[in-house]
Ligand binder design. Structure first.
Ligand SMILES: [Zn+2]
Length: 207
C-alpha cells in the first residue's frame, strides 16, 4: 500500500512528527540547523529498499527513475490535486532539480523535469529548466549518511542565469527527497542568486 503523508509534519522539512504539534512546530533537525528552503512537501513516503525490500512505492519509484513507468507522475500529481499541499499563488516559477548533462545523456530524460512540467500545467505556472545547472556529477548517495551526503553535494549546482531567478518565488521540484541534502543545496544556490523564496515539492520522501 502507498503510504500517503498527512499532518502532523514539520513546518519546514515536512517530515512526519508526532506528539502535540501546531502549524509552526519544526522537527529536531530543522531546529538544530534551519534548511535553506522555506518548506518542503511530499505526497507520499517510502522506506529505503535495504530496510524493507517489499515497500511498493520504493519499487515504483525505481521503475520511474529509469523511465519504465511514467504513469506514476500522473497518478501522484492527481493525489496532489485532491490534497492542497501548496498554493500556486505563492510561486512565480517551477524549477526542477537538474541532472548532470552526462547522466541526462545516458538516461535520456530528467524525471524531475517531467514532474515539473506536469505540475506547471496543473498549477498554471511557468517552468524554468535551464537556469539551474548541475555542474558536478555526484555518486549515487542512497547508502550515505546525511552528513556524508551534505558534503558530497556541496558545490554540485550553479545558477547559469541569475537574472531569471532574482526576485522570484521558486517552487523547486524533485521526484524523491531522501536526506534533503540535494534540495537544500539547490535552495541555497538559488537564494544566493537572488531568489526571494524557495519551497520544495517531491512525489515521495524517505521515511
Ligand atoms: Zn524538519
Amino acid at each position: 500500500m502507498i503510504d500517503v503523508l498527512s499532518e502532523p509534519w514539520c513546518a519546514r522539512c515536512g517530515v512526519p512528527i508526532s506528539g502535540a504539534v501546531t502549524q509552526a512546530t519544526v522537527c529536531g533537525r530543522c531546529r538544530k540547523s534551519a534548511p535553506s528552503f522555506g518548506k518542503a512537501r511530499a505526497v507520499a513516503r517510502y522506506r529505503s529498499s535495504d530496510s524493507d525490500g517489499a515497500d511498493p512505492l520504493s519499487s515504483i519509484l525505481r521503475r520511474h527513475k529509469y523511465g519504465l513507468d511514467q504513469s506514476l507522475i500522473r497518478a501522484l500529481t492527481e493525489c496532489l490535486g485532491e490534497r492542497v499541499l501548496l498554493d500556486a499563488n505563492d510561486y512565480d516559477v517551477i524549477i526542477p532539480v537538474p541532472l548532470h548533462w552526462r547522466r541526462l545523456y545516458w538516461r535520456g530524460f530528467n524525471q524531475a523535469a517531467l514532474l515539473a512540467r506536469a505540475l506547471a500545467h496543473k498549477m498554471a505556472l511557468p517552468v524554468d529548466a535551464s537556469s539551474l545547472l548541475r555542474t558536478r556529477a555526484t555518486v549515487p548517495q542512497t547508502a550515505q549518511s546525511s552528513g556524508e551526503r551534505r558534503r558530497n553535494i556541496k558545490g554540485a549546482f550553479a545558477v547559469r542565469r541569475p537574472d531569471r531567478v532574482a526576485g522570484k518565488r521558486v517552487l523547486l521540484v524533485d521526484d524523491v527527497i531522501t536526506t534533503g541534502a540535494t534540495v537544500d543545496e539547490c535552495a541555497r544556490v538559488l537564494k544566493a542568486s537572488g531568489a526571494r523564496a524557495v519551497d520544495v515539492f517531491a512525489l515521495a520522501r524517505r521515511a
